[in-house]
Design a protein around this ligand. Sequence first.
Ligand code: SAM
Length: 216
Amino acid sequence: MNNNLHYDEKRREMVETQIINRGITQPDIINSMLEVPRHDFVPKELQPFAYEDNPLPIGDNQTISQPYIVALMIHALAATSSDKVLEIGTGSGYAAAVLSRLVNEVYTIERLDTLARSAQRVIKKLGYDNIKIKVGDGTKGWPEASPFDCILVSAGAPVVPETLSNQLVPGGRMVIPVGDNFSQDLMKIEKRLDGHLICTYITAVRFVPLIGEEGW
Ligand code: SAM
């Protein structure tokens, strides 16, 4: 079997067992997860493990998140096809790529230049042309492109950065892990039309730290 067919098969199995069987059945999320080749976002020597049920190292002490957690976070965002979404913590670029198949525009910020460059390369190769990547401190958001319908924070924060809540539209949603360096509560923050924030607990997670002015 050629390598790509082999990975297509593994990806179908991953979506079936790790995503659908755990209750995420929304067709547009399933289709995105089926489309995006996760093995392209991990180092070559780890490609055979790309569809396993865990995070993987991507260099610089950082990780690509577990597929189920990516799906769960995107599900909680309740993004629609016309949405503009900001992601903090591009990492490998995988979550941004999955999001880009679902929404109109994705803006993603990574603090480490090497990771941002490698994510940019993979995304360009795949031809996903609705993703903008920049290097910087994501806790300050992306003021020139704000406001956003949704914000996905892919690193663990000590508190919800106020700057990010301010860059959400009224009615917008943010999904963010909040806690200490060992474990966090994955929270959904909804900004009501009057500007009030409603926080809902989703599950316990373990992310690398969000490092920055409004992070660690
Ligand atoms: N979403 C990524 C993926 O699909 O591969 C996984 C993200 S990884 C768990 C967290 C990333 O957040 C790391 O690459 C880390 O360098 C980045 N990060 C941490 N603090 C940041 C900040 N203040 N601004 C931007 N990126 C940050």
